[in-house]
Design a protein around this ligand. Structure first.
Ligand code: SAM
Length: 477
């Protein structure tokens, strides 16, 4: 039988458990509410100007091989931050003996050097999210950490493999390697920082020299300026940004990160592709609607394969990092999301893929065929061909019945070296009977060559890429 003292202690125990559970439930929301204060405190502790957080990426020597450069991407580690053997960073505050040892330590920058502990800032109490601006804020620290790690991985991979710089157009491997060695900086640009969920984690790792943000909502700009006074937050529309100019000011190609506003995803992506013509963008690690992400990486002969697939598989190496459920956002969107990594080829490699084809012409061919994706390429291209040949029906017929042009030497060279893109570039003889989703990006390049060239006076290696080609495309096209 239960005695009275026993039941009261049971009651107290139940009360205690209930209290612990409710504290755990309430704590995250209190954290959001108190975020501004705690972030400011956290930032003071992490502020690079105070403690010089790892932010210097440098190559050790200009004479080692590319592989050695990859392993010699380094961070200078100062004052109190220590990386454990498992890659996690921790703050060794009170160890008086550790300072001198840490100051001389050199550490490798890798995705694991990112602080995964931060709780995302929500604008709770400050302002309400605007649906019209695609404001779905990240509320989950784990997802933030995964996105930032993927960003570091994308940006450093392109540093290692090298996005060609303007002067590497001379087509010399040595030149290219030299230029890779000069890319000593990530030059991160965050699109749509909002209340700083990603920014708060990026800033301590990169420092104010290596990070700037572009945000259209003045409420966010104000909040971020208060929270991070030294951070460059541009009050601007991401679609109006002059990326080539920004990249020139920063001294090289930019690495983009962002939990994007989904209502303008495609336009942002096309603007980035255009900016890669001038080597202004190195990589992009961005969230988007899951279906849009699937279209970017879709293989031929699938229903997802379309304009986004053709364009981005031409301009970049693309991958889906992971799927993101609606639950990690506030407010929750109605769709799943994807984190996509784009490693842009840069002008030299892109030019080799195009072999002299003008990207504006390619755009006309791709849009004409996919606008009628259930029809054959022959039917899709008829009216475009008529306008290219000024209404000359015989020439149109010749083109549509014609054999593919011989592949240019740069494509043949790429094929010989086993380049996967080039290996799928040759057109079959019955190309005009195909449906658009059956043709690879490279094959669209070849159809464009048939329609607009080749011309004797075109120097394939030197033909210019136009700056703005794709960016006027509307979402969903
Ligand atoms: N990065 C924050 C996060 O993850 O919590 C916010 C992401 S929210 C999905 C998109 C952000 O992009 C918002 O802060 C919104 O104000 C901003 N935004 C929307 N349209 C924009 C535009 N045209 N130019 C710049 N920023 C824009």
């Amino acid at each position: 039988m239960t005695t009275i003292p026993e039941s009261s202690s049971m009651f107290l125990l139940i009360l205690y458990i209930a209290a612990v559970i409710s504290i755990q439930q309430v704590a995250p929301f209190q954290q959001y509410q108190n975020k501004y204060t705690s972030c400011a405190q956290n930032y003071n502790r992490l502020n690079p100007s105070n403690i010089d957080i790892p932010r210097i990426i440098q190559y050790s020597s200009h004479t080692t091989t590319t592989t050695q450069h990859i392993s010699s991407l380094k961070l200078t580690q100062l004052n109190g931050w220590v990386q454990d053997s498992d890659g996690e960073w921790s703050w060794k505050e009170d160890d008086p003996n550790s300072d001198s040892a840490i100051a001389t330590e050199t550490l490798i920058l890798n995705a694991d050097s990112i602080n995964t502990q931060a709780t995302p800032s929500l604008p709770a109490g400050a302002f309400r999210p605007k649906q019209s601006l695609g404001q779905n804020y990240l509320r989950d620290g784990n997802t933030v950490a995964k996105i930032v790690k993927a960003f570091v991985s994308d940006a450093t991979t392109t540093l290692q493999t090298g996005v060609s710089s303007p002067s590497s157009d001379e087509d010399s491997n040595e030149e290219e390697e030299e230029n890779i060695l000069k890319n000593t900086d990530l030059r991160a640009v965050e699109l749509g920082p909002g209340a700083g969920a990603l920014t708060d984690v990026l800033l301590p790792a990169l420092g104010t020299n290596n990070l700037q943000c572009i945000e259209i909502d003045d409420r966010s700009v104000e909040l971020l300026n208060d929270k991070h006074p030294n951070l460059r937050v541009h009050h601007e529309d991401v679609l109006q940004v002059n990326y080539p100019q920004l990249s020139e000011l920063e001294g090289g190609p930019l690495s983009i990160i962002g939990n994007l506003p989904y209502y303008i995803t495609s336009q942002i992506l096309f603007a980035l592709a255009d900016a890669s013509h001038s080597n202004s963008i190195r990589s992009a690690t961005v969230t988007m609607q899951w279906e849009v992400g699937r279209r970017i990486v879709a293989p031929t002969r699938t229903k997802d394969y379309g304009i986004l697939s053709v364009v981005f598989q031409l301009y970049a190496d693309c991958n889906i990092h992971f799927k993101i459920p609606p639950t990690v956002f506030y407010p929750q969107p109605k769709v799943d999301s994807a984190l996509i990594g784009l490693h842009f080829l840069g002008p030299t490699r892109l030019r080799r893929r195009l072999g002299g084809v003008n990207p504006s012409h390619l755009r006309s061919v791709v849009t004409s065929t996919f606008q009628q994706r259930r029809k054959t390429v022959r039917n899709g291209l008829k009216s475009l061909a008529l306008s290219v040949y000024n209404g000359d029906k015989d020439k149109v017929q010749q083109f549509l019945d014609g054999e593919p042009c011989p592949l240019p030497q740069c494509v043949l060279d790429a094929q010989a070296s086993g380049d996967e893109f080039a290996l799928k570039q040759e057109l079959p003889l019955d190309w005009a009977k195909k449906r658009p989703e059956e043709l690879t990006s490279g094959q669209f390049v070849e159809i464009t060559r048939m329609l607009y060239g080749p011309k004797e006076d075109v120097n394939w290696e030197e033909s210019e890429l136009k700056n703005k080609v794709w960016r006027k495309m509307k979402h969903g096209q």
